[in-house]
Design a binder for this molecule. Structure first.
Ligand code: SF4
Length: 309
C-alpha cells in the first residue's frame, strides 16, 4: 500500500476537482461563508445526522448564537430545544460546554492548532481535523466514514472495515493528501462529497463516478460490495432512542419554552402526562433516568419533568 496512494492521488485529483466544482452541494457553511465557529457547529451537527437535514437547524442556531460567547450564555433548555430532532441530543450540551471553554479560555476564538482543538470538550480527531482543514485551510487529512470508504475502494480495491479508523487507513489518507494546502482542503471536501453522493456504501454509482477510470475496486469487480458496512443500520422503532426522543419532544413543546419566548423558565410536564408518553413503563422510566443522567432533563420531586435551566 505504501507506494499506492501518492501517485494515484495526483492522477485522480483533476477529474475529482472538476466534479466537485460542478456538483458540490451549496451548504451554508461551505465556501468561506461562515466563521470557524460556524464550521465547527456544522461538523458537530453533521455527526450521525445527514447534512441535508442539518441545514435548517444550523441556520436557526447560528442566527441565535453566531459565536461561542452567545451560546455559552444560553440556558440548557434553549439549547436542547433548538437542537430539535437532530438526534443524539447530548451533542448539544457538549457543544455548549465547548462554547464555554472557547469563550472563557480562548478569547471567543477557536484555537488554530490540533492540540488546542482536541483539548476542547467534545472535540475529537475528526472534528479537529475538519475544522483545521475546512475553516483554517491547513493541510491535514480528514478521516471520516465516507473518506475511508472512498480511499479504500479507489486505491486499495477493497471495502474499508467498520469501527475506528485503522493506522493503515490514516496512513493512506495522509499519503493521498495533496502537498499544497489549498488543494488538500479541496481534496478532503471532494472525497467526502463523492462518498456522500456517488460512492455510497450500498450502491456506488460507478457509471457516473469521475474517478471510475482509476478505481481499483471497480477494476476488481467490486468484491464484497457492501458486505462490511461501516455501521449496521439500527432499527429505531421501539428503541430507547425513540423513547428518549418522545420525552424530550414533549418537554420542548411545553408552553414557556424558548419558542414561547420564556427561555428556561421551567414549565414542567406532570407525572400523569409523562406516563401517557409510552406504554412500557419500565422502558419509559429507564429512559427518563438516562436523560436525567445525561443532564438533558430535570426530575422534580413530584415526578414531573422539565428541561434544565
Ligand atoms: S468507481 Fe465506484 S467504487 Fe470506485 S470510487 Fe467511483 S463510485 Fe466508488
Amino acid at each position: 500500500m505504501n507506494d499506492t496512494a501518492a501517485p494515484l492521488s495526483a492522477s485522480v485529483s483533476t477529474p475529482l476537482f472538476a466534479w466537485w466544482h460542478a456538483n458540490a452541494r451549496d451548504l451554508p457553511w461551505r465556501f468561506g461563508r461562515t466563521t470557524p465557529w460556524g464550521v465547527l457547529v456544522s461538523e458537530v451537527m453533521s455527526q450521525q445526522t445527514q447534512m441535508s437535514r442539518v441545514v435548517p437547524y444550523w441556520e436557526g442556531w447560528m442566527a441565535v448564537w453566531p459565536d461561542a460567547a452567545s451560546l455559552a450564555h444560553a440556558s440548557k433548555a434553549e439549547v436542547i430545544t433548538a437542537w430539535g430532532r437532530l438526534g443524539y441530543p447530548r451533542r448539544a450540551l457538549r457543544l455548549q460546554e465547548c462554547a464555554r471553554a472557547v469563550a472563557d479560555e480562548c478569547g471567543d476564538e477557536l484555537p488554530r492548532d490540533y492540540d488546542g482543538l482536541t483539548a476542547l470538550p467534545g472535540i475529537g480527531d475528526y472534528t479537529a481535523s475538519a475544522v483545521l482543514s475546512f475553516a483554517f485551510g491547513e493541510r491535514i487529512a480528514v478521516v471520516d466514514t465516507n473518506i475511508r470508504r472512498v480511499l479504500s475502494r479507489l486505491f486499495l480495491g477493497v471495502e474499508s472495515r467498520g469501527g475506528a479508523a485503522s493506522p493503515a487507513e490514516r496512513e493512506l489518507a495522509n499519503r493521498a493528501l495533496p502537498e499544497d494546502a489549498a488543494r488538500s482542503v479541496t481534496w478532503n471536501q471532494a472525497v467526502m462529497e463523492l462518498g456522500a453522493l456517488v460512492c455510497t456504501a450500498k450502491a456506488p454509482a460507478c457509471d457516473v463516478c469521475p474517478v471510475a477510470h482509476r478505481c481499483a475496486f471497480l477494476a476488481a469487480g467490486r468484491p464484497g460490495l457492501g458486505e462490511r458496512r461501516t455501521r449496521p443500520r439500527q432499527r429505531f422503532q421501539g428503541t430507547d432512542r425513540q423513547v428518549r426522543g418522545i420525552v424530550l419532544d414533549a418537554l420542548r413543546k411545553l408552553p414557556g419554552d424558548v419558542r414561547g419566548g420564556n427561555a428556561g423558565a421551567g414549565a414542567s410536564l406532570p407525572r400523569v402526562q409523562v406516563e401517557r408518553l409510552w406504554k412500557d413503563r419500565a422502558q419509559l422510566d429507564a429512559c427518563i433516568a438516562s436523560l436525567d443522567e445525561d443532564g438533558l432533563i430535570e426530575i422534580q420531586p413530584d415526578g414531573s419533568l422539565r428541561l434544565p435551566a
